[in-house]
Design a protein around this ligand. Structure first.
Ligand code: MLT
Length: 207
C-alpha cells in the first residue's frame, strides 16, 4: 500500500506497456482499496489499476465523503472531498506516468457517487465511467460539458437504497450535459451481479 499521496491506495501497473487505460477504482461504504480489484481484473485485464481507500470513517467504515443520513449527503464535505480526489488524480498521473492515459472510473455505490461528483465538477478528468448503483451526488449550478465522456450506470429495480426514479434523473442529467450514457437495469437490489460485470466488460471494451 502506498501512502505517499494523500489517499491510501494501491497501484497495479498494466502488464501490457502499450495499454493506455487506467482504472480509477472506488469502493462502496465499508470497502477498501483491495476488495473490488478482482472485479476490475475480470473487466479490463490489461488496464493499470489505481485503487483508493476513502478517507472518511463512518462507524469504522471507509467512505469517500460524509453523509448526514442514508442518501442525505454533507454537500460541503462532498465539495472538499471531490477537490481532494481531483488533485490526487492529477498527482498520481504524474507520479505513475499516466499523463497520456485514459482514466476510467469504476465505482460502486459511495464510490460511484464520488466519481459522478468529480465528473460534474471537473469534466475531462475522467473519460469513461462504470457507475454501479449510483445516486445523484449534487446538482451543479452551471452545466458541465461532458460531451467527451462515456458513462455506464447499472441499477436494480428493487434497490432499497437507490430509487429507480433517481437513476432515471441521473441518466437524464448526464445526457443533458452531453455525455454518452447507458443504463443497465436488472431486477435486483443494491448488490453487484455477474451480469453487471459482463455488461461493464462489453461496454468498456467497445471503446
Ligand atoms: C452507500 O451506502 O454507499 C450509500 O448508499 C451511497 C452513499 O452514501 O454515497
Amino acid at each position: 500500500m502506498n501512502q505517499v499521496l494523500n489517499f491510501k491506495h494501491k497501484y497495479i501497473p498494466s502488464s501490457d506497456p502499450t495499454n493506455q487505460n487506467t482504472v480509477l477504482l472506488l469502493h462502496g461504504t465499508g470497502g477498501n482499496e483491495e476488495n473490488l480489484v478482482p472485479i476490475v481484473e475480470m473487466i479490463l485485464p490489461d488496464a493499470a489499476i489505481l485503487s483508493l481507500r476513502g478517507q472518511i470513517l463512518e462507524n469504522g467504515m471507509p467512505r469517500f465523503f460524509r453523509r448526514i443520513a442514508e442518501g442525505v449527503f454533507d454537500l460541503e464535505d462532498l465539495k472538499f472531498r471531490t477537490q481532494e480526489l481531483a488533485i490526487f488524480i492529477e498527482r498520481a498521473s504524474q507520479r505513475y506516468g499516466l499523463l497520456s492515459n485514459k482514466v476510467i472510473a469504476v465505482g460502486y455505490s459511495n464510490g460511484a457517487n464520488i466519481a459522478s461528483s468529480v465528473m460534474l465538477t471537473y469534466p475531462g478528468l475522467i473519460s469513461e465511467a462504470a457507475l454501479f448503483h449510483p445516486m445523484i451526488p449534487f446538482v451543479p449550478e452551471n452545466p458541465p460539458d461532458l460531451s467527451k465522456t462515456k458513462i455506464l450506470i447499472t441499477a436494480g429495480t428493487n434497490d432499497p437504497i437507490v430509487n429507480p426514479e433517481e437513476t432515471l434523473e441521473l441518466h437524464k442529467m448526464f445526457e443533458d450535459y452531453g455525455a454518452e450514457v447507458e443504463v443497465f437495469w436488472q431486477d435486483n437490489g443494491h448488490n453487484l451481479t455477474r451480469e453487471e460485470i459482463e455488461k461493464t466488460t462489453n461496454f468498456l471494451s467497445s471503446s
